[in-house]
Design a protein around this ligand. Structure first.
Ligand code: SAM
Length: 269
C-alpha cells in the first residue's frame, strides 16, 4: 500500500530523507514519510542509542527552558525548533507563566507547516521559516517584531541544530549577529553532536546523513563552546545533555556519553 503523502507541503520531496522528520520518527512522532523512516531505521541499526539520545536532548531542552524562566527570561527564539512534539517551548513556559513569548524558526517545510497549525490559536507563539544563517530575516520578521523585545533578555535556543550546519563564514557571522543583537542577561542554549565519546559509531551515522538532504557535522568540545563566545558559561559548563542540571542525580544514566550530544548554556553579561 502506498503512503498518503497528500498532507506534505508542496515544496517537500517525500522521497528525500530529512533530519527534521527523522528526528520526529526517533521521538515517536507521525510527521515523517516512508523514506525518512527507512533511513532512520538504518541509523538506528548503526547507533541504536539514537532514540535515547533524542529523548535526552529533548529533556535537556525542557530543563534549559525552565532555567531561563527561573532566571526571569520570558522571551524565546528557538532556531531549528523542529517538528512540534511533546514539550514544545511555549508549552513548557505555559506550565510556569502565562507571559512567555516564543518565536520558532526552522527551514524545513513540514516543521513549519505543522507548527503553524499547532500555533494557530496561540497569541504569544509564532513560527518563521528561515535558515539559521540568515539572522536579518529572522530578527526582522513580523513574528520577531511582534513578539520579542530585543532590548530585554531573550533566550536563544540552538538545540540539536548546529550539527546540521557546516563551518562557514556565514555561520560565524550569524552567530556573532545574534550575540550582538541580544540584550545583556540573554541566554544562549546549545546542544550538539560531538566527535568525543564514541566517534567511530557516530561517524557511520554521519556518513548516512550525508546521503540525506541534511549533512551532519560532529564538533569537538572546544568547537561547540566557541559558539557561546561572548557569554559567561553557566554551571555545570559543557557536559553531556543528561548531566546538565538534572532534576535528581539518579536521572543521569550510567553512561551519559551515550546521549551523544554535549549541552552548554551561556549568559550574556
Ligand atoms: C534534530 S531537530 C531539533 C529540534 C529541536 N530543537 C530539539 O532539540 O528537539 C533539528 C532541526 O533543525 C532544523 N535545521 C537544520 N538546519 C537548519 C538551518 N540551517 N536553519 C534552520 N533550521 C535548521 C531541522 O529542519 C530540524 O527541524
Amino acid at each position: 500500500m502506498t503512503e498518503d503523502q497528500s498532507w506534505a507541503p508542496a515544496d517537500v520531496d517525500p522521497e528525500r530523507p530529512n533530519a527534521a522528520r527523522m528526528y520526529d520518527y526517533f521521538l515517536g512522532g507521525g510527521a515523517n514519510f516512508a523514506a525518512d523512516r527507512e533511513y532512520a531505521r538504518k541509523i538506528i541499526e548503526l547507533a541504536p542509542e539514537v532514540r535515547t539520545a533524542a529523548r535526552l536532548n529533548r529533556a535537556f531542552l525542557r530543563r534549559s527552558v525552565e532555567y531561563c524562566l527561573d532566571n526571569g527570561v520570558r522571551q524565546f527564539l528557538d532556531i531549528g525548533s523542529g517538528i512540534p512534539t511533546a514539550g514544545n517551548v511555549h508549552e513548557i513556559a505555559a506550565q510556569r507563566t502565562g507571559e512567555a513569548h516564543v518565536v520558532y524558526v526552522d527551514h524545513e517545510a513540514v516543521a513549519v507547516t505543522t507548527a503553524e497549525r499547532l500555533l494557530a490559536a496561540e497569541p504569544n507563539a509564532r513560527v518563521v521559516r528561515a535558515d539559521l544563517r540568515d539572522p536579518e530575516t529572522i530578527l526582522r520578521s513580523d513574528a520577531t517584531r511582534a513578539l520579542l523585545d530585543l532590548d530585554r533578555p531573550v533566550a536563544l535556543l540552538m538545540v540539536a541544530v548546529l550539527h546540521f550546519i557546516p563551518d562557514s563564514p556565514e555561520l560565524d557571522r550569524a552567530i556573532r549577529h545574534y550575540l550582538d543583537a541580544l540584550a545583556p542577561g540573554s541566554v544562549v542554549v546549545v546542544s550538539h553532536a560531538t566527535t568525543e565519546g564514541d566517534p567511530d559509531r557516530l561517524d557511520k551515522a554521519a556518513e548516512l546523513y550525508r546521503n540525506s538532504s541534511t549533512p551532519f557535522i560532529q564538533r569537538s568540545a572546544a568547537e561547540i563552546t566557541a559558539f557561546l563566545d561572548g557569554t559567561e558559561i553557566v554551571d555545570p559548563g559543557l557536559v553531556w545533555t543528561p548531566q546538565w542540571r538534572p532534576y535528581a542525580p539518579a536521572d543521569v544514566p550510567e553512561h551519559p556519553e551515550e546521549s551523544r550530544f554535549y549541552a552548554c548554556v551561556g549568559r550574556k553579561p
